[in-house]
Write a protein that binds this ligand. Structure first.
Ligand code: SF4
Ligand code: SF4
Length: 460
């Protein structure tokens, strides 16, 4: 049995005060001046430890309160209330919601899984990944318990092309050339960011964490510099410049490279592999209505791995864009139909915001996935996109300490790793490779709606 993959976590406190969901409103007027005020009874000593963060001009009271409601319930004159924090409601946008962002912050701080209490209080269904439910039918049979280690559940995936049959020589020697494969202990790579403050600190935090986790971070060729080059074994260079400018020495030592899917990517793949035959080449495609056909053609030409990328909301390009899970299902099933699915590695990315999205995208046919914005959120990003406009970042991310940032990202990935183990365990699966394309282990709202309502109004 391979050694168990374990992600070490450590507490990495926030640099800035959190924006919390609820705030305390305590009226002074009408105070009865009780001999023992309920504020003194707060077990978290929220009122006594109260201070002002001069940098953000924020009162500590809301970020330290644990929402137990003791003071609210026990004030005899009902002078203490809790209300929704208006600053919380405006974090992020319709997709990167305050709930998602605050959950990511929580996981990044401690590596723990957020617990939401008994039952699910949210809507029954919604757009995107919320229109998909996973089958947890084995949850009552605790034989697969990956988190607590009673049984090993593997989250390892391979990046590269696979051979479907071995050709043997007369003496039984293997004649088929074995294409290079790179093993990832977690089905995740770190992608380039759609926007971020400038500087090296953020990419360095990504790379330090990628190294700690045993995975890779994609870095633009045009963004390479000596500080970043120190992490060569965890870098996937994205060739966004002139391929001739890439250092041959670097190409000989690199393990994975990513190239744009523009004109004749296979010719470029051949060129790189003539320098380093052990290099795995990923072709990056912008997800769109024609991606399934494009992928099939590239598989026929010898592509090894294809990275299908949606935008930050998980949408493909085009006037009537599909959500990534729909297009990924189509690509996967198209390759299955043509009998070539197992030859290629498919990586999906764009709009992956939570651990459950990771499992859902794999169920829809991805072998692995790329993530971007959650890594920035791990370092307290508020998804305000001010940096995109060149406006100062409210949490000064450009000056983040790469060591602290890498611990936060590693903590977040530890939380996601635990959650995928939890999902696999609840499905009775022992490895994440088995989850790929297992659409029978999920229910899709659109399919259910069609099945249930399509016969309505029709006469038998
Ligand atoms: S709600 Fe609970 S934790 Fe918050 S201030 Fe009141 S007593 Fe303290
Ligand atoms: S908090 Fe806003 S400005 Fe700072 S990195 Fe995030 S999106 Fe950019």
């Amino acid at each position: 049995m391979p050694p168990k993959y374990h992600i070490a976590t450590s507490q990495a406190s926030n640099r800035f005060q959190k924006i919390t969901r609820s705030g305390i409103i305590a009226w002074e007027e009408g105070c009865l001046k009780c001999a023992r005020c309920v504020k003194k009874d707060c077990v978290y000593q929220v009122y006594e430890k109260r201070n002002l963060d001069g940098r953000q001009m924020l009162d500590s009271i809301d970020s330290v309160c644990m929402d137990c409601f003791r003071c609210v319930q026990n004030c005899p004159n009902r002078l203490i209330h809790k209300g929704l924090n208006p600053s919380y409601k405006v974090i992020g946008d319709h997709y990167w919601t305050p709930e998602i962002i605050s959950n990511l912050w929580f996981q990044a701080e401690s590596g723990r899984i957020p617990v939401s209490g008994a039952g699910y209080g949210g809507p029954f269904s919604g757009p995107g990944f919320d229109a998909m439910w996973t089958d947890m039918s084995e949850i009552v049979r605790p034989t697969r318990d990956g988190i607590h280690g009673r049984e090993y559940i593997s989250t390892t995936v391979d990046i590269g092309r696979k051979i479907m049959a071995l050709e043997l020589g007369p003496d039984g020697e293997v004649l088929s050339p074995a294409p290079p494969l790179v093993e990832l202990p977690l089905p995740v790579i770190f992608d380039m960011l759609p926007w971020s403050p400038p500087g090296d600190n953020i990419p360095l935090a990504f790379l330090r964490s990628a190294k700690a986790l045993g995975t890779f971070a994609i870095v633009r060729q045009t963004g390479l510099n000596p500080a970043i080059k120190g992490f060569l074994s965890n870098i996937i260079i994205y060739v966004d410049g002139n391929p001739d400018d890439l250092d041959t020495q670097f190409l000989r030592s690199a393990r994975i490279i990513e190239i744009p899917g523009g004109e004749d990517p296979i010719a470029l793949q051949r060129r790189f592999k003539s320098i380093n035959p052990d290099l795995v080449v990923i072709i990056r495609l912008r997800l769109g209505p024609k991606t399934a056909e494009q992928v099939l053609a590239l598989v026929a030409q010898g592509a090894e791995a294809i990275h299908c990328v949606a935008d930050e909301y998980g949408l493909e390009e085009g006037s009537n864009p599909l959500f990534i899970k729909e297009r990924m299902k189509e690509i996967h099933l198209h390759l299955v139909d043509k009998g070539v699915r197992d030859q290629i590695t498919l990586i999906g990315g764009g709009g992956v915001a939570m651990a459950e999205h990771m499992a859902k995208l794999i169920i829809c046919g991805a072998d692995a996935l790329s993530i971007d914005i959650p890594l920035l959120v791990a370092m307290e990003c508020r998804v305000c996109r001010r940096c995109k406009e060149g406006i100062a970042c409210p949490v000064e991310l450009e000056s983040v300490d790469p060591q602290w940032g890498s611990v936060r990202i590693t903590n977040l990935m530890a939380g996601w790793h635990s959650q995928i183990l939890e999902i696999l365990g609840a499905m009775g699966m022992r490895e994440v490779r088995r989850l790929r394309g297992e659409m029978g282990r999920a229910m899709f709202f659109e399919d259910l709606e069609r099945e249930i309502f399509s016969t309505m109004g029709k006469r038998g």
